[in-house]
Design a protein around this ligand. Structure first.
Ligand code: H79
Length: 594
């Protein structure tokens, strides 16, 4: 399989190393040949991830204390001994679990594949396993195997079914990874764990549940590349048709998974997936109500598709087998949008036009889909650098044709005739002849007076000296990862970040720097340069960079820039003197002043 970054090598190295080195770099050489079954995955675009285990029964609370963030980590967070954790199974009785309802929800949401936790790091098997008694059939009053019914109900609806399996971390087993509170790390024999539990259980999963779409591994450890290859080869025999996720480790796997809650900011070729959870936790937490609205899900989905990947969105059912109310509600609303707009998502590839202040693009042969998140104030939508012969432009939902004109290499669509309706993503279709245009990674960032806010993000910076573009990873609670690309390393005047912008109309623009700045970096002077003019500023303190705390960004207005005419401008940011890192620059915001 090919996995080619189209631009910005700096981003690849950072994305590939996301999450504290949990993920290895994607190894192109080992993935030269694509899996023959990869096509369905590339076209699927929308998957449902389900985290369900004993942690769902605990619901984020242990011994009267509430935990926040990744609820499936509660055994680890609270350092619950195996002797007590195993008793949770005695009260786990998901009588409300209904495979048909879960699968139908996925269908209604427009989901094309489902991956559910067969065994997470806690070590509990949510399927009937002969390898252990610590499984849902042997250890709980429920006594049934929910995975049998779910696999059947899902497949019946044309949705691919797959298992998540934690192949290294297993906090229940003396030889499993990462339980340091019950077991002595130095005495662990990981090979024994693989041979006695992980491989036999994976064989059960690959044998007893029909054809699987995906086996989703996570957090590899304890195996060399050769051992990982042997592990994959041994399992492949059972289901040559199933795809293995890249989190099997060592650069292997049939498609690439980015870090948890991470979307690349530029298009990526090849098969890949971004995973997000619906609230702040993967496993159910009763007190976590921070659900993404359908509006947020739809924009996330179109954004991931615009970069060429799939979104697998997670829900966490509770210990009784109920999917949270807001997950059902917002997934169904997402499905309603997809029923009308699915053509612009499913089986598309990344859009050839980079992100604009109005939104993003996706494409199919002969069609470019404009995902209009923000309408231009004057109704005139600029699609820069689109020179193909156009056969028509229309709104996707009602096929209403829209007037358009060419201006140099640009396409300008007049969407003023479209009614003002509430929608998170109004899709317009540009039908054209000829080969698709090439994605121009060096295209200037559009700044237009038609939008309240124009973001010029760090990913588009040209850096010099010691300045570099870097993806910073941090969590708010625990394991709820955030990723923000910043320009870092600016310590002296030679270390600059330059942005090429295309200002589409004359006028005054407020230029706002968005950055994070720890105490040691605060109160240093910097320069913002545009059109031969220099504007001075002094940095404001926000927060330290700590991977287990929010990274706080300030929007610091620095100057007003008066653009005499439309055109290409360069904005450069640099330290005034040698000193500490100036700040971590998230980007520049250009705000048109009316
Ligand atoms: O299943 C979900 C997570 O539980 C799982 N991946 C998604 C899909 C995952 N497992 N591990 N990680 C994600 C990385 C977590 C690392 C950390 Fe930590 C947990 C950082 C802080 C808490 C490791 C353990 C480092 C410190 C403690």
């Amino acid at each position: 399989m090919r996995f080619i970054l189209m631009a910005f090598c700096a981003v690849l190295s950072v994305c590939g190393n996301a999450q504290q080195g949990m993920e290895e770099m994607w190894d192109k050489s080992s993935a030269a040949k694509e899996h023959p079954n990869i096509q369905w995955f590339k076209e699927a675009k929308f998957g449902l991830f389900i985290h369900w285990g004993l942690y769902s029964q605990l619901a984020g609370t242990w011994d009267g204390k509430n935990y926040y963030g990744s609820g499936e980590w509660i055994m680890n967070q609270a350092k619950i001994p195996v002797s007590r954790y195993r008793k949770v199974a005695e009260s786990f009785n998901p009588v409300n679990f209904n495979a048909e309802e879960w699968a139908q929800l996925a269908k209604d949401a427009g989901i094309k594949y489902m991956v559910i936790t067969a065994k997470h790091h806690e070590g509990f098997s949510m399927f009937d396993s002969k390898v252990t008694d610590f499984d849902i059939v042997d250890a709980t009053p429920y006594k049934k195997d929910p995975m049998k019914a779910l696999a059947a109900a899902t497949r019946k609806r044309g949705i691919r079914f797959g298992f998540y399996y934690s192949q290294f971390q297993d906090w229940y087993e003396p030889d499993g990874g990462r339980n340091t509170w019950d077991f002595d790390e130095s005495k662990k024999d990981y090979q024994k764990y693989y041979q006695k539990k992980a491989i036999p259980q994976l064989k059960e999963l690959l044998t007893n549940y029909g054809p699987l779409g995906i086996v989703w591994f996570d957090t590899p450890g304890g195996m060399t590349k050769e051992q990982t290859q042997a592990f994959v080869d041994e399992l492949r025999v059972l289901q040559p048709g199933s795809l293995f996720s890249s989190r099997v480790g060592q650069g292997l796997g049939d498609y690439k998974d980015f870090g948890d809650s991470e979307v690349p900011q530029v298009p990526i070729k090849g098969a890949w997936e971004s995973i997000y959870t619906h609230n702040d936790s993967w496993g159910y937490i009763a007190h976590d109500m921070n659900f993404k609205s359908s509006h947020e899900i739809i924009r996330l989905l179109s954004n991931v598709a615009s970069k060429g990947g799939n979104l697998m969105l997670n829900v966490g059912p509770d210990g009784k087998g109920n999917i949270p109310y807001y997950s059902i509600k917002y997934l169904k609303e997402t499905g309603a949008w997809l029923r009308k707009n699915g053509e612009s998502i499913y089986a598309t590839t990344f859009g050839q036009i980079p992100a604009q202040p109005w939104g993003v693009t996706t494409s199919r042969p002969g069609k470019l889909y404009l995902h209009v998140w923000e309408r231009p104030e004057n109704g005139s939508l600029l699609v820069p650098g689109f020179g193909n012969a156009i056969t028509g432009v229309y709104a996707l939902t009602d096929k209403r044709p829209l007037p358009f004109r060419r201006q140099g290499g640009d396409l300008i669509v007049n969407m003023a005739s479209l009614p003002q309706e509430y929608t998170p993503d109004k899709v317009l279709v540009v039908a054209y002849r000829g080969a698709p245009p090439a994605y121009d990674a060096a295209a200037p960032v559009t700044v237009s007076p038609q939008y309240a806010v124009n973001n010029v993000d760090a990913v588009f910076a040209k850096t010099s000296g010691a300045a570099k573009t870097q993806s910073l990873t941090y969590s708010h609670y625990f394991g709820d990862w955030k990723h923000t690309t910043c320009v870092t390393g600016m310590q002296s005047p030679e270390d600059a970040a330059s942005f090429t912008v295309r200002i589409t109309g004359p006028g005054d623009y407020k230029l706002i720097l968005e950055y994070a700045c720890p105490q040691e970096s605060a109160r240093q002077e910097g320069r913002l340069e545009v059109e031969g003019k220099t504007y001075m500023f002094r940095t404001l303190r926000t927060s330290e960079f700590d991977k287990s705390a929010p990274l706080m960004f300030i929007k610091h207005p620095v100057t007003i820039f008066s653009a005499k005419s439309a055109g290409i401008y360069t904005i450069t940011v640099r330290p005034y003197r040698q000193g500490k890192e100036l700040f971590k620059l998230k980007g520049i915001i250009a705000e048109p002043l009316k």
